[in-house]
Ligand binder design. Structure first.
Ligand code: HDE
Length: 714
């Protein structure tokens, strides 16, 4: 993959830790060939060396070509393989990016489960994690407003365990039978296949209004959670309620959590929209580049558990996937850490062919009666057959690292050879028996079931607004402002008045002010009173500001340093070195990629070769910009594109650093009366703009500090 951050990473050593060479990588090696091996020669699929793969075999006379011959098995094979190289994309979550990694447990959860992966602290369990957007096709953009998939395959010693999660802790619907409806409503409309990868259309919002149960989730999707800055900076949630069973046979309900050590950060909407066009691969490159640079993304892994006896102690039903378990009521117990530390070798055979199933559980972990989960357990297994064929579990990325066998042998594309004369159990040899409990056989929890066969949902499932209010109440003021803008954007794209009017009425069940703001923006009658009174309760951990690391870090953040001929070399080299030392990724952006010269440097000098030129990149692709002082500032002032860099970065709430003459440039470019600028040696930090009239080390330090996430300043 071509890296957009190419030379910005040159200083960061590529370190592929030996820890990454775990059991799964070793397993995959059996099926891996190295295309770069100099001894390779092209062969046909049946192994015969091909002497020419550029000219079809033809009937010819002298140098005059005649018709092509069907006899050409090389030509036919090449075209035939090409004709069939696409498989159906995933019906949802089609666009994704993945990486290998390791899961380490630092605290045994043996009080609640017997699962080895959650009790044995000496283990290092290989994982493969696929991130995705939900609604877009495989070729859609990364930064669209959408939920992100967070699907983890743990290759445990007892078999594969999949947590097929999202970056939002709840879901739209409560019962799996509604899944085709919600997805049809969200995907492009059926008559013209528009819009791509967007929920901003009539059908989606029509569905939301008609299903009050979606209210909580759609509030999350209108928040900053749906436009993450990076896959590395989002949470992962198992969403559904699973169960854990311990040695004594006691059962707990459980929810799974992954919390990123870098904190939870988002783009702003205008930035997300622009990046979708400027760099549709923004998130997948970000993940790839970070791993190549050795900046391995990490998540703390936590569990929320509720003993079976307390199942009914809550206002909400703990099996309802449209509800969170507020952390004030059920604290998260962090017991492990997941690190991604190796990029895939090949997209198709790994990221595309990986197949997750909620029904992949290992002994000690089980399901609950969550009606969304129960339906998912059917769907994932089923969909893989359309996508990959019946023997999909045999594909290298999907097969377990522990021994596996059974008597299901045949089916299309079966390639494993099972030796032996029997393919059934029991058999006269007594071979291939099921495992006993002592041997690790999976035992279902003997749940007591009694009741009537009916199509219904339990009573508590009918409260659809309390947690939507809880979520909205818990947001910081700037997060609330973003929800209002997001809803206004989405409903602006709905041209059916029924859709936007009814939806704004629904918002009055959450927050009257929000409903009024949106109604005004989208041209709907402005609601005058709240539909459902707001309970005014909050849960701090629902705001993403809750996850800001205690010590803000600039590590892996992309900083653009703008230069033209005549830049101040002390400020330039000083800040660049400081940024690199802090783990940030500095990029020099200039008027051209040919060398740019520092103030006082002769034109014949070596100069600095910018990584990109002003036209070649956009401010949207960086977290922060820095402009050193020097005579170059006069040139930057006359460069419309350079000024746009500064203005746009400010508009997107990014940290901006400037020293010396560049301070006045920033002041003039932003034309903002409320922002203070330094006129002395003193460092001034105002609304994320850090300026120091003179170049001194403190200004470098402050610049670095500022990149902690400009969203804090709105
Ligand atoms: Fe999925 N979902 N889903 N989903 N889902 C799929 O399985 C489905 C749901 C999630 O990277 C499909 O292999 C139903 C919740 C992720 O390969 C399909 C229901 C959550 C991925 C499917 C849900 C998810 C999928 C399509 C309602 C968060 C991508 C391709 C009951 C906890 C996995 C595939 C990857 C993919 C069905 C709801 C997450 C059709 C029926 C809730 C991350 O089987």
């Amino acid at each position: 993959m071509t890296s957009i951050i190419s030379s910005g990473l040159e200083k960061v050593q590529h370190t592929m830790s030996s820890a990454t060479e775990g059991a799964k990588i070793a397993d995959l090696k059996k099926d891996t060939i190295d295309v770069h091996d100099p001894n390779n020669r092209i062969t046909t699929d049946f192994g015969v060396k091909s002497s020419n793969t550029d000219d079809w075999l033809k009937a010819s006379s002298g140098d005059k070509t005649g018709p092509m011959l069907l006899e050409d098995f090389v030509g036919r094979e090449k075209i035939h393989r090409f004709d069939h190289e696409r498989i159906p994309e995933r019906v949802v979550h089609a666009r994704g990016a993945a990486a290998f990694g390791t899961f380490k447990l630092y605290e045994s959860a043996e009080d609640v489960t017997t699962a080895g992966v959650l009790t044995d602290t000496s283990r290092s369990t290989p994982v493969f994690l696929r991130f995705s957007t939900v609604l877009g096709s495989r070729g859609s953009a990364d930064t669209v407003r959408d939920v992100r998939g967070f699907a983890v395959k743990f290759y445990t010693d007892e078999g594969n365990w999949d947590i097929v999660g999202n970056n939002i802790p709840v879901f739209f619907i409560q019962d799996a039978i509604k899944f085709p409806d919600i997805i049809h409503a969200g995907k492009p409309e059926p008559h013209n296949e528009v819009p791509q990868a967007q929920t901003a259309h009539n059908n989606f919002w029509d569905f939301q209004f008609l299903h009050t149960e979606t209210t909580h989730m759609f509030m999350w999707t209108q928040s900053d959670r749906a436009i993450p800055r990076s896959y590395r900076m989002m949470q992962g949630f198992g969403v559904n309620t699973f169960t854990l069973t311990n040695k004594k046979g006691e059962r707990h309900f459980v929810k799974f959590h992954f919390t990123p050590t870098l904190g939870v950060h988002s783009l702003v909407w205008d930035e997300a929209l622009k990046i979708a066009g400027q760099d549709p691969d923004f998130h997948r490159k970000d993940l790839w580049d970070a791993i190549e640079a050795g900046a391995y993304p990490k998540w703390r892994f936590g569990i929320q558990t509720i003993p079976e006896s307390k199942e009914h102690d809550f206002d909400f039903d703990i099996l309802d996937a449209t509800k969170v378990w507020p952390e004030e009521l059920v604290p998260i117990r962090y017991i492990g850490e997941l690190e991604l530390n190796r990029n895939p070798d090949e997209y198709f055979t790994q990221t595309e062919q990986v197949a997750f199933c909620t029904s992949h559980v290992v002994p000690g972990i089980g399901f609950s009666d969550d009606p969304l989960l129960q339906g998912r357990n059917f769907s994932y297994f089923d969909t893989q057959i359309t996508r990959l064929g019946v023997n999909w579990e045999e594909l290298p990325i999907n097969r377990p690292v522990c021994p596996y066998m059974n008597h299901q042998r045949d089916g299309a594309m079966r390639h494993r050879i099972s030796k032996g004369t029997v393919n059934y159990w029991p058999n006269r040899f007594g071979v291939g028996p099921p495992a006993t409990k002592e041997e690790g056989g999976y035992l279902e929890y003997p749940e007591k079931i009694a009741g009537l066969k009916q199509r219904l949902r339990s009573k508590k499932f009918s409260d659809h607004y309390s947690q939507a209010q809880l979520f909205y109440n818990s947001l910081a003021p700037h997060e609330k402002a973003h929800v209002l803008s997001a809803l206004s954007f989405e409903l602006d794209h709905c041209d059916d008045p029924v859709v936007y009017t009814r939806l704004t009425e629904r918002l009055a069940d959450i927050d009257l002010e929000l409903a009024q703001g949106v109604a005004e923006a989208v041209g709907a009658p402005v609601p005058q009173k709240a539909g459902t009174p707001n309970h005014n309760k909050k849960s701090p951990s629902l705001s993403q500001t809750y996850y800001n690391p205690k010590e803000p870090t600039i590590a892996t953040r992309r900083v653009a340093i703008l230069v033209a001929d005549g830049f101040d070399p002390v400020a330039y080299y000083g800040v660049k070195a400081a940024l690199t030392a802090a783990g940030a990724l500095p990029f020099t952006i200039g008027p051209r990629r040919l060398p740019v010269h520092a103030q006082g440097e002769d034109k014949s000098g070596k100069g600095v070769s910018p990584d990109h030129h002003f036209e070649g990149m956009r401010s949207t692709l960086f977290d922060s910009i820095f402009i050193p002082g020097g005579a170059h500032v006069e040139k930057l002032r006359k460069n419309g594109r350079a000024l746009h860099w500064v203005r746009e970065a400010f508009g997107h709430l990014k940290a901006i650093g400037a020293t010396g003459e560049a301070v006045a440039l920033v002041r003039d470019a932003c034309q903002l009366p409320g922002v203070q600028f330094s006129s002395s040696n003193e460092v001034v930090d105002s609304y994320g703009v850090v300026t120091a009239a003179a170049t001194h080390p403190q200004s470098f330090k402050e610049t670095i500090k500022m990149v902690k996430g400009a969203k804090d300043f709105i």
